[in-house]
Design a protein around this ligand. Structure first.
Ligand code: GDP
Ligand code: MG
Length: 303
């Protein structure tokens, strides 16, 4: 007899794709139960492919959180879209997240067209059902079902958690048999440095809201674990213009202080230790055309 209770495990890779703001990061965080991917009301905050890992019964599911898929214009956009589809082709299952409160947008139409081209079937998760009336929702589900590119349809609220367990159980049952790829307690293989940078970047977004110098990157320069159990983290915040630097710093450095305090609190929670966080703002013009930056983010410069 082959297969005892112990080795009857399953392990699958699932790509989450969808238009910007569909709720991919929110779903990932809900599934994994800890913050692994940044969530922001602004579009296009996810630049890196984040892997969140969760366990359901005997199955381990590794989620690939892709940047949003949309009609790309600039080089950076093209690189992100290529990365998103790249992530999808490596996965065992693809879950397309659609914001049900927006109906069928141009982005969704483009994704469906692309799925028809490649003749691949994906799982549809209609998200934000907490914001949509039942009849509207059912009508939308019927329309999308008629496209013939979805193997299964789930209705979820990534934010509130409705339907998320059902989706996870479904994915767990479908995962290929095999050993787990990751240790049981590992929730993300995103290097901690990058996660820390993402957290700070999220705080910049939240803190600056409208005045935001949109193109800002954060890099963790230094990570030092100290004897007393604390961690010292130095990060560089790159902005494109001198004016942006002033905005990020704020009057008398008030803005950057608030950003740093919020990021530090969250880092202490996640890392479960005292954190000394030092932020430096630098102007770096033209980074969008610098191949090195693309490599840093795991993106392909030449698409
Ligand atoms: P992503 O760009 O696809 O990763 O989208 P995010 O996860 O960053 O979510 C974009 C926005 O939608 C955020 O403001 C979320 O709080 C919100 N959101 C995500 N899921 C839900 C949901 O199920 N219900 C509601 N009401 N809002 C949601
Ligand atoms: Mg996201």
């Amino acid at each position: 007899m082959s297969g005892t209770a112990e080795n009857n495990t399953r392990c699958g890779f699932v790509a989450l794709v969808g238009a910007p703001n569909a709720g991919k990061s929110t779903l990932l965080n809900q599934l994994v139960g800890t913050k692994v991917s940044i969530v922001s009301p602004k579009v296009q905050t996810t630049r890196t492919r984040v892997l969140g890992i969760c366990i359901s019964g005997q199955s381990q599911i590794a989620f690939i959180d892709t940047p949003g898929i949309f009609a790309p214009k600039r080089r950076l956009d093209r690189a992100m879209v290529a990365a998103a589809w790249g992530g999808a082709s490596e996965a065992d299952e693809v879950v397309l997240l659609v914001d049900a409160s927006k109906g069928i947008t141009r982005d969704t139409e483009e994704i469906i067209a692309r799925l028809k081209d490649t003749q691949s079937k994906v799982i549809l998760a209609l998200n934000k059902v907490d914001q949509v009336k039942k009849p509207v929702l059912l009508d939308l589900a019927a329309k999308l079902d008629a496209e013939g590119v979805f193997s299964d349809i789930f209705m979820i609220s990534a934010l509130k958690g409705n339907g998320v367990d059902d989706l996870l159980a479904f994915l767990a049952a479908r995962a290929p048999e095999g050993p787990w790829h990751y240790p049981e307690d590992q929730i993300s293989d995103l290097p901690e440095r990058m996660l820390a940078a993402e957290i700070t970047r999220e705080k910049v977004f939240l803190q600056l809201k409208q005045e935001l110098p949109y193109r800002i990157t954060v890099e963790t320069e230094n990570w030092e674990e100290r004897k007393d159990g604390s961690v010292k983290i130095d990060q560089l915040l790159f902005v494109q213009k001198d004016g942006h630097k002033q905005i990020v710093l704020g009057k008398g450095g008030q803005q950057i202080k608030k950003i740093g305090a919020a990021a530090r609190r969250e880092l202490e929670e996640i890392l479960d230790c005292k954190v000394h966080l030092f932020l430096f703002v630098k102007v770096r013009e033209g980074w969008e055309d610098d191949p090195e930056r693309y490599r840093h983010w795991g993106l392909d410069f030449n698409v």
